[in-house]
Design a protein around this ligand. Structure first.
Ligand code: HEM
Ligand SMILES: *[C@@H]1O[C@H](CO)[C@@H](O)[C@H](O)[C@H]1NC(C)=O
Ligand SMILES: *[C@@H]1O[C@H](CO)[C@@H](O)[C@H](O)[C@H]1NC(C)=O
Ligand SMILES: CC(=O)N[C@H]1CO[C@H](CO)[C@@H](O)[C@@H]1O
Length: 548
């Protein structure tokens, strides 16, 4: 008998059971059917997917997922397993599932090139995204994703970002002005400033003005409901129970529908983002009709969104999709600024780097234009990319194979049966994980000083080693991932990052409040964020004084 033709009760026999046996029998029949389907999928997966080596499970229920969830250094765990088991390996996860982990540049390039078609987000991710952000760009797959992305792309062109550079500077200078006041009103010539909150405000106001022609005013001290909803998530760290619930939800996404405190915060965040998005859209539609604003301006984000609502638009989006895109942009704009906080932390820990950066900026003189930011400030560029390498805001991708595939490898690995192979077969339904953070800081890929903050590596010819050159993606980093899902806001983010760092480092000197060795830990907002150990929420207090 063929393994894959396992007999399944026919609908008519089920119906007979319903009539004769009552609820208990029906439940049993469905349970049996469910088990059969699961078992046959499992058998197919075993035969069709190359079985790889990997760590043994440490928990019957969670595999190794709980160890990963509670680890302070998840990337190091992935990296250690790669040393032990090879550049691709398998880890046992929740309730008997298995994830294939890719640490090989060639395999990763192959994987990202097939995103949204062969490799899609998992049912858990999709359920979660749908409930909090809606059916926008982060949620969509395949053809829908292609259409939505095409509609938004013009807003992120070089020309569009060049125009937005002044918005980035305005936000950075607003923060600078506020900090001047704080320092002036302190008795000393310095002040302790919780910088992460300020970075969030800079990004929120920037994305508001740049994307939606709306000034949230958070830098002027206005209370903004979206910011508060994000901060609630950052200041309530997930409990052990929250983590366990989330792990189990990877097998039963329906668990997310059961009210729980953390899930409620995300739902609330979704509602708050939806309210503000709707208000902004209504206002912009009105202004467009009255033709009184820049909404009609070519390639502004909100302009493109409203244009795509038109029935005859080539890349038509429904009203629901338009709101979802705004939520995606608010989230992307707000939650990725942890990298700016990390940069200030690294500069405080490395005063020599901070001084050298300031010297480059002062020697350049006036505030650089968009093109000068790109071409003329190599050390600023190096500091920004070194921060993005060591502290990627998105640390991991997990996808599920929507079709069978064969993934090529750049070097052979030993399989579980002991054979060497230079490609692995993947059956439909296989879970694949890439640890962006582990690849970015892998010693094999980046050399012996991979774990250290060394902007210089970006400046010399051989600073980026042979293996790193094989990593595709922006500047051999996976921080923005690669392929059809590569971060759409990459240039927006980098130019914003550079202008903010430039204005702040030119005008202020930063130190860790409790000395250069004060430990910094990673906590969870929506995405991982830094926090100085012992602080509440996502606190990063730095000692700031004016640079004279
Ligand atoms: C340092 C800053 C940033 C980093 C490291 C970053 C990284 C990423 C990553 C890794 C993804 C892929 C997510 C996934 O599908 O799993 C992504 C997607 C995206 N990002 Fe960013 N991002 C940053 C800033 C921004 C900003 C400022 C914006 C917009 C203003 C933005 C807009 C987007 C959008 C629209 C997507 C969805 C793309 C798609 O699915 O096709 N990002 N980003
Ligand atoms: C793998 O190894 C087994 C013995 O361990 C051998 O019988 C089999 O032919 C090998 N398969 C391949 C594809 O080389
Ligand atoms: C994959 O590897 C196996 C064994 O190493 C080889 O026989 C096969 O031709 C390879 N397939 C592809 C598509 O490269
Ligand atoms: C994933 C990866 O490349 N891991 C490497 C990490 O660094 C050690 C050496 O320090 C290598 O042996 C691993 O292969």
């Amino acid at each position: 008998m063929n393994l894959f033709t396992i007999p399944v009760p026919s609908p008519s026999s089920l119906w007979t059971t319903v009539r004769s046996g009552g609820a208990f029998n029906v439940a049993c029949s469905f349970a049996a059917l469910w088990v059969l389907v699961k078992v046959s999928r499992m058998l197919r997966w075993r035969v069709k997917t190359t079985q790889l080596l990997g760590p043994p499970r440490t928990s019957l229920v969670y595999g190794v997922s709980r160890d990963l969830a509670i680890s302070q250094d998840r990337p190091a765990m992935y990296e250690r397993w790669a040393t032990e088991y090879g550049v691709v390996y398998m880890i046992p996860s929740v309730l008997g599932q298995t994830n294939v982990v890719l640490c090989d540049p060639k395999a990763i390039a192959h994987f990202y090139a097939r995103e949204t078609w062969t490799y899609v987000k998992t049912p858990l991710t999709l359920a979660f995204l749908e409930s909090s952000i809606g059916k926008g760009l982060l949620w969509s797959q395949g053809e829908t994703h292609r259409r939505q992305r095409k509609a938004l792309t013009p807003a992120f062109s070089n020309a569009a970002i060049r125009k937005l550079t002044s918005v980035f500077y305005d936000s950075a200078y607003k923060a600078k002005g506020q900090w001047d006041n704080v320092i002036e009103s302190s008795k000393d010539d310095d002040a302790v400033i919780e910088v992460q909150n300020w970075m969030n405000h800079i990004s929120l106001d920037t994305v508001g003005i740049a994307g939606f022609s709306h000034d949230f005013g958070s830098l002027d001290g206005k209370r903004v409901s979206v910011a508060e909803a994000f901060d609630t998530i950052g200041s309530n760290q997930p409990s052990a129970v929250d983590k366990a619930v989330f792990l189990l939800a990877s097998v039963f996404p329906i668990i997310l529908k059961i009210p729980n405190k953390r899930q409620n915060m995300f739902t609330q965040l979704g509602i708050t983002m939806e309210q503000i998005s709707n208000e902004l859209l209504i206002r912009s539609r009105r202004e467009k009709d009255a033709d009184i604003s820049q909404v009609g301006e070519e390639n502004s984000l909100i302009g493109l969104l409203i244009k795509s609502e038109g029935q005859d638009a080539e890349l038509h989006m429904s009203a629901e999709e338009v709101v979802a895109q705004m939520k995606v942009l608010l989230l992307a704009g707000y939650e990725t600024t942890s990298s700016e906080s990390w940069a200030l932390i690294e500069l405080s820990r490395h005063p020599d780097v901070q001084t050298r950066l300031r010297e480059e900026l002062l020697a350049f003189g006036p505030d650089p234009t968009y093109d000068q930011l790109k071409a003329n400030l190599p050390y600023l560029d190096a500091v920004v990319h070194e921060t993005l390498r060591l502290h990627p805001p998105v640390r991991e991708s997990t996808r599920i194979a929507a079709a069978d595939d064969v993934i090529p490898l750049s070097e052979p690995v030993r399989t579980a049966s002991g054979n060497m192979t230079d490609n692995i077969s993947i059956a439909k339904g296989t879970l694949i994980t890439i640890s962006i953070a582990a690849i970015n800081r892998s010693s094999t890929i980046w050399g012996p000083h991979a774990k250290e903050f060394k902007p210089d590596r970006w400046l010399t010819e051989d600073g980026i080693g042979g293996k790193a050159k094989e990593v595709q993606g922006h500047r051999h980093l996976l921080t923005f991932v690669d392929g059809p899902r590569m971060c759409l806001g990459k240039d927006f983010a980098i130019v914003e990052f550079k202008t903010v760092l430039l204005v702040l480092v030119k005008n202020f000197v930063f130190e860790m409040r409790d000395g250069p060795d004060a430990p910094v830990e990673t906590v969870r907002g929506v995405l991982p964020r830094p926090r100085v150990a012992g602080e509440d929420g996502t606190g990063v207090p730095l000692r700031v004084r004016r640079y004279e």
